[in-house]
Design a protein around this ligand. Sequence first.
Ligand code: SAM
Ligand code: SF4
Length: 324
Amino acid sequence: MRDQFGRSIEYLRISVTDRCNFRCVYCMPEQGLAWLPKQQILSYEEIADVVRQLAPLGLRRLRITGGEPTVRPELPELIRMLRVIPGIEDIALSTNGVKLPQMAATLREAGLDRVNMSADSLRTERIAAIARRNLAFDPIVAARAASDVGLDPIKLNVVMIRGENDDEVEDFAALTREHAWHVRFIELMPVGDLADTEFARVVPSDEVLARIEARFGALEPSDGPAKGNGPARYRRIPGARGTIGVITPLTHTYCDSCNRVRLTADGRLRTCLYGDHEVNLRDALRAGEPLRPLFERALAEKPREHELLKLRVGGLKALSEVGG
Ligand code: SAM
Ligand code: SF4
């Protein structure tokens, strides 16, 4: 499966819901976002059908995302259905971690391989401020719950926001000395109406790395976790168990190695996070038509790169719409 620029596409990010138990300041508006009606959302059987049709074309790795995927009822059932599809080698979950302490074991038993957990702060009150929900949530407890049941690797995603959590860079980096976790600092990506203010709050990843080196000494190069699909570049504090990654959509783009497409909760296949390149798979699926021609058309139109640096965010209102 190659796109018009010869990039091999083997990774599908599946958003299973647009809903969330958080309202992160950079991801969703606090209010006024209308939820998709239930009949527009793909059923688990329909999602599995999409994967069954794409696996023979070369799809190998899946990520379940959202919104917050763990708020959709019976999520382990979907994992069970995807796990048995021939060709699928890796199933990962992106979550804010709130439900991991109660769900990690069931998800693992269902066949989940690994998790990426959002963790924008290590301070409870600050998490509540960024998430705009006070759930008294401890990300360390959640990450431990995931690693205790054998989910591996554990990646923690930290969206850096100037003036909000950038004073915790060193605390997050220090976590990798004690735990075999992979802490990834993500540059804030502008979306929707927030775009203008967000550009001003981006913390360039080079600045993050310089601060870590000022505290812990020169970082060593690292290949990062064994199962990596994506754009992060990794380093390690000498002697640390885990690694430090940076994801740099703004300061160093990585579109030339993009290996992914996205399925929205309502069944649109998006070939770029930004821009409006998408095809509607749901209607074809419900009409009993094969998806392959649509998929091939989508790949033929996948753009070379996003246009964020030209301040173009496309029609994207919130990353929760497309799963990040
Ligand atoms: N709810 C899950 C979570 O928080 O991990 C999965 C969905 S969330 C949309 C996926 C990822 O997108 C998270 O790591 C989140 O931090 C990231 N994200 C959301 N909005 C973002 C933004 N404006 N800039 C950078 N990353 C963002
Ligand atoms: Fe919800 Fe994840 Fe978006 Fe936060 S980043 S609002 S947890 S979907």
